[in-house]
Ligand binder design. Structure first.
Ligand code: SF4
Length: 637
């Protein structure tokens, strides 16, 4: 059954689909009519040829059904999901002539909408360690506004006003004509008392006038201001009215704008100039076996032949077709324990690179850790490099006299081996989301203060649960390290890192699901922002979320704030309960998705002929110190 958002999208899309099909097919597809047997049925594979975010699958389906209602369209991913080159997006079966007649129009919609979603996701990721929200504008293709704005939401952005009627935006021309900001606002409010009102300001003097308006405005737009003026504007507004930055925002510059502290950034480029995502459709005869069947058979054969010499470890965020082959599945903590206990000669790690590194550090000589895609990294782990952490440590040493006597460094397991080794060398420790409270208590028993990296949210949420206040914590900025007084005043230093999956959940999501599903329980991962955790009914690691749902009574309803493959799997495993994603656009981890049945089958094929593909090794000295930090953690668990 289609949800309301999809129905709204299709209502807007149908006249455009009719127009596009009339334009493309007209009196009929001459080539297919002449060349194809009308009884011939085929299967089309819609495949991504570039990395990106998918949007518009329901529109593509509607195109095929408009051409021929007997066609069967089966999406293999969801709108909003990040995909990799070669990934299957949908299977379409039906009369070959119908598939080929609809193909171009369906792909045109899908490619443009996915292009918008992909570009939006890049902007969203660029500001994800700040509190800024990315907004679209009205710079949409005429007639396509609902589709363009839907695609922005699928990319993780938010919609600005839809049209001129649903929000008043008082610009400089309105202000000049009305004789000032105050009279312009008064006139709008008198005529449309319920309409949200935003005012555009050109300088700080106008900002002062806009801030003086009572009752306060809904939003103030800073038009084309430079970064220094924006920073002053943020200080002047002091959170009284949300500030929106606008004007010539580029991907290269958006992070600097977000770092000024503005609340919203509107980006015209999202919809006026998105590059289309490269997507194609290949058709084949229905009786040809699906490639995935072959891959499944290859993985099964390798497992049977290698027997006890092989163990496959799979993280909960892996794809279904991959995780089904995992001998052991778990979250980071469980998989670290499993790796340490494993006896097999070959450990194939279906997860991201830092997890395979942990396995390589914990295993014994003669064991080999392999990963199907060595480029499957972690956005969060990449927010902290050894160089940047060492520079921060040096500054802490200068300010306090002796960093090693003052701070226990704690790294979340989602970090490089080099950072784990840093912790090992400096008397520190590793933690996971499952044991963070225990580890932080241990760290604070040893030294008075804590330096926590790279996930600010896990650090903040755990410290709050332990009784620390926001004033006792300090967010470290690599670009602008805090001044000595603020460092001396803080008990806990938090790195400014965040997971780009869990960062997407917003407090507004909690309000929305509670309104749409009264009585639903909200359970979230501690990598979610503080505002989300505060509103949730329950917070805990991936294992905690799984266990809570497994123990719940039939009929229980959950909105879950974590990676969406796991959320979908939980719903499949517990059909007696209702389990949905907390976000309107369920977020998927793109790098976890880089492990596919194809690259797993390839790795195992090579293993069968004695070739070690993508072995993960950690340099001996780094491994020695990292192991020390990991062992300190495992001894606590
Ligand atoms: S879900 Fe977040 S923390 Fe986990 S691997 Fe993906 S990016 Fe990294």
């Amino acid at each position: 059954m289609r949800d309301d958002a999809t129905e709204t999208l299709l209502t807007a899309a149908r006249p455009l689909i009719d127009l596009a099909l009339a334009e493309d097919i007209g009196r009929g597809d001459a080539t297919s009519r002449a060349a194809l047997d009308p009884k011939l049925e085929m299967c089309g594979r819609v495949v991504a040829k570039a990395p990106g975010v998918v949007a518009g699958l329901p529109v593509a389906e509607d195109v095929f059904l408009s051409v021929d209602p007997t066609v069967c369209f089966k999406p293999q991913v969801s709108d909003g999901q990040e995909v990799t080159p070669g990934e299957l997006l949908a299977l379409v079966t039906g009369p070959a002539a119908s598939l080929l007649a609809a193909e171009r129009t369906a792909l045109n919609f899908l490619q443009r909408m996915s292009g918008i979603a992909t570009l939006t996701r890049r902007f969203v990721d660029a500001v994800s360690t700040t509190g800024a929200t990315i907004l679209d504008t009205r710079k949409t293709v005429p007639g396509h506004r609902a589709l363009d704005k839907y695609a922005v939401r699928m990319g993780g952005g938010h919609n600005h006003r839809h049209s001129l009627f649903d929000m008043a935006l008082i610009k400089d021309n309105h202000v000049d004509a009305a004789g000032g900001i105050r009279p312009a606002v008064a006139r709008v409010r008198e005529r449309y008392p319920r309409l949200p009102v935003e005012v555009e300001v050109r300088d700080l003097a106008e900002l002062g006038q806009a801030l003086a308006v009572e009752p306060p405005l809904d939003r103030i737009l800073l038009d084309n201001m430079d970064l220094a003026t924006m920073r002053r504007a943020v200080a002047q507004a002091a959170g009284r009215v949300p500030l929106e930055a606008s004007g010539g925002v580029t991907l290269a510059g958006v992070a600097e704008i977000a770092a000024t502290g503005v609340d919203l950034i509107s980006v015209g480029a999202l919809t006026h100039s998105p590059p289309a995502l490269d997507i194609s459709m290949k058709v084949s005869h229905l009786h040809e076996p699906e490639p995935s069947e072959t891959h499944r058979a290859r993985v099964g054969r390798a497992k049977a032949r290698l027997g006890d010499r092989l163990i496959i470890l799979g993280h909960h965020y892996q794809r279904d077709e991959v995780i089904q082959f995992a001998d052991l599945r778990g979250d980071s903590l469980q998989l670290a324990r499993d790796a340490a206990r494993a006896e097999a000669e070959f450990i194939v790690f279906c997860g991201v690179h830092f997890m395979a590194e942990v396995a390589a550090i914990l295993t014994r000589p003669g064991q080999h850790v392999l990963i199907p895609d060595p480029t499957a990294g972690c956005y969060l782990a990449d927010t902290a490099t050894l160089e940047a952490v060492e520079a921060a440590w040096e500054r802490l040493a200068v300010v306090t006299g002796d960093a090693d006597a003052t701070y226990t460094p704690v790294t979340y397991v989602n970090s490089s081996a080099a950072l784990k080794a840093f912790c090992g060398r400096h008397g520190g420790v590793v933690c996971t989301s499952g044991n963070a409270p225990q580890v932080l208590r241990w760290a604070l028993d040893r030294r008075p203060r804590l330096f926590f990296f790279p996930d600010q949210h896990l650090g903040r949420n755990t410290a709050h649960a332990m009784g620390f206040s926001a004033e006792q914590m300090l967010l470290w900025s690599v670009a602008r390290p805090p001044d000595p007084d603020r460092i001396r005043a803080a008990d806990i230093i938090l790195w400014r890192g965040a997971c780009n999956v869990h960062q997407r959940f917003r407090p507004a999501d909690v309000g929305r699901v509670r309104q749409q599903h009264p009585g639903i329980r909200v359970i979230v991962h501690p990598e979610c922002p503080r505002g989300v955790v505060e509103l949730a009914d329950d917070v805990g690691s991936t294992a905690h979320i799984i266990n809570r749902i497994a123990a719940a009574e039939p009929g229980a309803r959950w909105a879950v704030g974590t990676e969406s493959r796991l959320v979908h799997r939980l719903q499949d495993q517990h059909p007696e309960q209702r389990i949905i994603s907390l976000a309107a656009v369920p977020p998927f981890c793109a790098t976890m998705g880089q492990i596919t049945l194809q690259n797993l089958a390839f790795l195992l094929d090579r293993l069968l002929v004695g070739e070690l593909v993508n072995e993960v090794r950690v340099e001996a000295e780094t491994a020695r110190w990292a192991r020390l930090a990991l062992d300190r953690m495992l001894a606590l668990a």
